[in-house]
Design a protein around this ligand. Structure first.
Ligand code: ADP
Ligand code: MG
Length: 329
C-alpha cells in the first residue's frame, strides 16, 4: 500500500465542520463569529512516551487525548486536528486499530481530522489540535491571585503507579494494575470541565508532567506562591479506593513515599489543576456537577513566591519532588 492509499483508507473522514479537510495543500477552518482559536501540539515517540508493544487502539486514543487535554486546560472547545505520522512500515492491522482508537475519541469530542503528513521513520505521532472559545475567555496559567483556592480534577497518581508496576519498580496485585493501567494508556481529557470553568477559574493547566511541576507553571506565570496540604495525597489515587473497596491493604504494596511521589510528581494523569476565588466555590461545584467530573480542593494561592507543602499539622515539609523533564541531567 502506498502513502496516498494509506491516507485514504485510514485517515480520511467526512469533515462537516471544516471548510476543507484532507486532500489539498492546506485544510481550511472558519472559527465562529467572535471566537478565538486555541492551538496546541504534542508529540509521542516510541520508547520515550510509550512501549513498542503498546496496544495500537490505546495509542491512537492517547495521542489525541494528550492534545485535547491542552484544549481542556484553556477552556477551548475542540474543532479539528492534524496528524503527522512517521511509520517504520505499513502494518494494516496496526493502522486499523490505531485509527479506530484515534477516531473514536475524535468523534466523541466532535474533533475532525483535517490533514497531516505521513512519512517512513521511527514510530512517531505528532498531533496538532485546534479549538475555539469566545474572545478573551481562555483559561490561562497567568491568572491566579493570592487567596484563590487550588483544585485538581478527578484522581491523580494512577498513571505513574501503573508505569512503575509495568517497569518492575513496584509489585501490585494483577487486578489493581488492571484497574490503574487504563489511566496510563487511555487518559480522559477533561474537556467538559474546562468548558464549565470558563468565567469561574482564574487559572488552569493540565497535569501532564506531575502536579507540583504543572502547578508550579501556574505560580510562575501568575507571579504568586502557594501552600498545599499533602497528608491526604494518597486518597487522590483511584487505585487506593479500589483496593480498599476490594478489602486489600494498599500500603502493603505501595509505600507512603511512593504514593506521595505518584500523586505529587507522577506524570500522565491529564487532569486539570486550576485556581478560583473563594467566592466561586459554589460555581466550581456547579461546574464539577455539570461536567460529571469530581474536583478536590488541595491548597491556597499566596502572595509569597514558592510552593509550601504542609503536613496535617500545618508544618512545612522539606520536599524534592521533581516533575518530568525530558532533558533533566
Ligand atoms: P503535502 O504534499 O502538502 O505534504 P501530502 O501529499 O503529504 O501533502 O498529503 C496529501 C493530503 O493528505 C494533505 O491534505 C494532507 O494534509 C493529508 N495527509 C497526509 N498525511 C495525513 C495523515 N497522517 N492524516 C491525515 N491527513 C493526512
Ligand atoms: Mg506531505
Amino acid at each position: 500500500m502506498g502513502e496516498f492509499e494509506l491516507i485514504r483508507r485510514f485517515f480520511t473522514r467526512a469533515t462537516p465542520k471544516a471548510v476543507l479537510g484532507v486532500g489539498d495543500d492546506c485544510a481550511i477552518l472558519q472559527p465562529g463569529p467572535g471566537m478565538q482559536m486555541a492551538i496546541s501540539t504534542d508529540m509521542l515517540v516510541e520508547g520515550r512516551h510509550f512501549f513498542p508493544d503498546v496496544d495500537p487502539r490505546s495509542l491512537g486514543h492517547k495521542a489525541l487525548a494528550v492534545n485535547l487535554s491542552d484544549l481542556a486546560a484553556c477552556g477551548a472547545r475542540p474543532l479539528a486536528f492534524t496528524l503527522a505520522l512517521a511509520l517504520p512500515r505499513v502494518d494494516e492491522a496496526w493502522l486499523q486499530a490505531f485509527s479506530e482508537g484515534l477516531m473514536a475519541l475524535a468523534d466523541a469530542h466532535g474533533c475532525e481530522l483535517i490533514g497531516g503528513d505521513t512519512t517512513r521513520g521511527p514510530l512517531t505521532i505528532c498531533i496538532t489540535v485546534f479549538g475555539e472559545m469566545p474572545a478573551t475567555q481562555a483559561l490561562l496559567r497567568s491568572g491566579a491571585q493570592p487567596g484563590d483556592d487550588i483544585y485538581v480534577s478527578g484522581t491523580l497518581g494512577d498513571a505513574s503507579l501503573a508505569l512503575a508496576a509495568l517497569q518492575g519498580r513496584v509489585t501490585l496485585p494483577p487486578e489493581w494494575l488492571a484497574f490503574a493501567r487504563p489511566r496510563l494508556e487511555r487518559p480522559t481529557p477533561r474537556i467538559a470541565l474546562g468548558l464549565a470553568l470558563r468565567g469561574v477559574a482564574s487559572a488552569a493547566a493540565d497535569v501532564s508532567d506531575g502536579l507540583l511541576g504543572d502547578l508550579g507553571h501556574i505560580l510562575d506565570r501568575s507571579g504568586v506562591g502557594a501552600s498545599m496540604e499533602t497528608n491526604d495525597a494518597t486518597y487522590l489515587i483511584a487505585a487506593y479506593a479500589y483496593s480498599t473497596r476490594a478489602g486489600g491493604h494498599f500500603d502493603t504494596y505501595v509505600s507512603a513515599q511512593l504514593a506521595r511521589q505518584c500523586v505529587l510528581a507522577g506524570g500522565d494523569d491529564y487532569e486539570l489543576v486550576f485556581t478560583a476565588a473563594p467566592a466561586q466555590r459554589a460555581a466550581v461545584q456547579a461546574a464539577s456537577n455539570a461536567s460529571a467530573t469530581p474536583v478536590t480542593r488541595i491548597g491556597q494561592i499566596e502572595a509569597a513566591p514558592g510552593l509550601r507543602l504542609l503536613d496535617g499539622q500545618g508544618n512545612v515539609l522539606a520536599h524534592s519532588f521533581a516533575s518530568f523533564d525530558h532533558f533533566a541531567a
